[in-house]
Design a protein around this ligand. Structure first.
Ligand code: 59J
Length: 575
């Protein structure tokens, strides 16, 4: 029968056999195709559905002062997060978790029940690694830990305005943390992990890319000077019931910011209940009319024209000067004054008469060249440029008022920068908030002899009786400086506020080879006096005294005997 059937349909049998062979061949071909030719393509697609990259945070660079003292430090912390769905599988462990997190168990359970549809929720951020591990050891389903870094600021409120701070994601938010964010941040790495269809972590595979740590940033400030400036400014602001204040110290020869403090300040390590007013780095983001502190630049302009010498005099009697409807007034009467006398008595009338003689342009030129109302180039977050109106628009009264400090607006750091030019023999060096390895290139903008003459006049303001700057004296050193008291301009309307003042002192030391320039600005002193010579000069004197010693700057005003004894070899001794 078989044979018969086979013989009956031989073509059919061969067809089936052939079809079968074809099918086997196709399958084999497909297998080879998948396993050999398409292998990498398919592998990649498969992996893409289960392999994930999670970021490895980069260690943020250290911020230090000019001597390597830490100002901003990143420490590792553990952040705990949870998958809401998975959490529901371990309800029995919730009370223990609540307790470990310091949460009220019932409210906590309700929160977790309500998050059953959330795949990611933060439980707590920034725990110490030990504390984080303790909680992870509870093995609550759905609770995971990630490593992060937290920023700590060892100098706290003393350097807060300069250093700034980062947000919870470690990005710079304020100050140098923001200005140098790219430098400090580094590059996050990648960790390759396997996750299942629901996004649950199955296996840590490998580090795909190591995190690249951020770089260290050495600031120009000296923490010792910063502490000193902070303490003295705070004490004065408290003593005179002032609203605010700023203090800036600069290296005359390098333009480096050695100290920059403001009141009020804040603790960057605890920013809860933070008042915005306390966060302002007023020394750079607030502008004001500098008043009499700019008179030395008007004097430098007068000397620069060749029309004036220090001995030439001006009659300031009777202490007022009428310009159309406008009256220029002196607070103290001076009579006939030479240029030094104009600075010592701070005569608005005197400097106005000089200004009328030389005209607006030379005054504008000096003020502009020393950086008043000009871009500092620091690009500090929120920094203001201020304003120095062009001399072409100065009318007669404006020529006078600008010469004694009104009608222009500057920051405290600009004013201090301007004084470095007087101290640096007429050369401008750019400002720097980071430590420099070598002196930057300087530009001569005031004749060196004129700059030295003006510093000598500023010495008279501090050291001669009736100069108004006696409280800025520093034992062992010659100091030059200028006080100022300026009524505050009314906001929104023209004119000046009654009984609201800014008290200034600005100067350089040591006079014989100036190294430090400083500006003290105290905003609205309300009790015990308000003159710059009374309120700000003592702060200047104290911080300058400390800074000169801390920086090992040789005294230039020691009593003669001590000096001789110190350098002369003892009798019979060897040199
Ligand atoms: C002053 C001004 C305001 C603006 C005046 C201070 C002007 C002026 C219009 C009256 C107190 C006061 C453009 S005073 O800085 O002359 O520092 O130790 O605010 O003059 O014209 O009741 N400084 N200050 N002037 N305005 N406009 C003196 C002086 C200065 C001192 C004291 C006494 C003013 C010696 C100021 C100080 O040199």
């Amino acid at each position: 029968m078989m044979k018969l059937e086979g013989a009956l349909y031989p073509w059919r049998f061969r067809l089936v056999l052939g079809l079968l062979a074809l099918m086997v061949g196709a399958i084999v071909w497909r297998i080879v195709d998948l396993q050999v030719f398409d292998q990498s393509f398919l592998q990649a697609h498969g992996d893409a559905r289960s392999v994930r990259h999670i970021p490895i945070p980069a260690h943020r660079g250290l911020i230090t002062d000019r001597n390597g003292e830490p100002l901003a430090v990143s420490t590792p912390v553990t952040t705990l997060w949870a998958n809401g769905k998975e959490l529901q599988n371990g309800k029995d462990k919730w009370p223990a978790l609540a307790q470990a997190l310091g949460q009220e168990p019932k409210a906590f359970s309700e929160r977790l029940l309500g998050s059953a549809n959330r795949e990611f929720m933060y439980l707590v951020r920034g725990l110490t690694p030990e504390r984080g591990q303790q909680i992870l050891d509870l093995k609550v389903p759905g609770v995971y830990g990630i490593e992060e870094f937290r920023r700590f600021y060892p100098a706290g409120e003393v350097a807060a305005h300069v250093v700034g701070f980062t947000d919870i994601d470690d990005h710079g938010r304020e100050g140098m943390e923001l200005a140098f964010d790219d430098w400090l941040a580094g590059v996050p790495g990648k960790r390759q992990v396997l996750k299942d269809r629901r996004g649950r972590l199955i296996k840590d595979v490998q580090v795909a890319q190591n995190a690249k740590a951020g770089k260290t940033l050495a600031l120009s400030i000296d923490l010792r000077l910063q502490y000193l400036a902070h303490r003295e400014l705070r004490n004065a602001v408290n003593e005179f019931g002032a609203k605010a204040g700023s203090l800036v110290m600069l290296d005359v020869q390098t333009g480096e910011v050695l100290a920059m403090v403001n009141q009020p300040t804040y603790n960057p390590n605890n920013r809860r209940n933070l008042h915005p007013a306390a966060m302002r780095n007023r020394a750079m983001i607030d502008v004001f009319e500098p008043g009499s502190t700019v008179k030395p630049f008007s004097i430098a302009a007068a000397l620069g024209t060749g029309r004036w010498t220090p001995e030439m005099t001006v009659d300031t009697y009777p202490g007022t000067l009428q310009i159309g409807r406008y009256t220029i007034r002196d607070v103290s009467r001076g009579g006939v004054l030479n240029l030094t006398g104009i600075l010592m008595k701070s005569s608005n009338v005197g400097i106005s008469k000089v200004a009328f003689d030389i005209g607006a342009e030379p005054i504008y030129a000096v003020m502009q060249q020393v950086g008043l109302g000009q871009d500092t180039g620091l690009s500090f977050p929120g920094e203001r440029v201020g304003n120095l109106p062009n001399y072409r628009v100065w009318k007669k009264a404006e020529t006078a008022t600008l010469a004694y400090g009104y009608g222009l607006s500057v920051t405290a750091v600009q004013l201090a920068h301007a004084y470095t030019v007087l101290g640096n023999k007429g050369q401008v060096v750019p400002l720097s908030m980071v430590r420099l390895d070598r002196k930057p290139d300087a530009v001569q903008v005031i004749d060196p002899k004129i700059a030295q003459t003006v510093v000598g006049m500023l010495q008279s303001v501090v050291e001669e009786p009736g100069g108004g700057g006696v409280r800025a004296k520093v034992p062992g050193y010659h100091v030059g400086g200028k006080s100022g008291t300026a009524r505050k301009a009314a906001t929104g309307s023209k004119g000046y506020v009654d009984k609201a003042y800014r008290s200034f002192f600005a100067g350089v030391a040591p006079v014989n080879n100036p190294r430090i320039a400083a500006v003290v600005m105290i905003d609205e002193p309300s009790e015990g006096g308000y003159y710059g010579g009374l309120v700000s000069a003592p702060v200047f004197g104290k911080v300058m005294a400390g800074a000169l010693r801390l920086m090992n700057i040789a005294p230039d005003n020691l009593p003669q005997q001590t000096t001789t004894a110190a350098v002369a070899p003892a009798k019979g001794g060897r040199i």
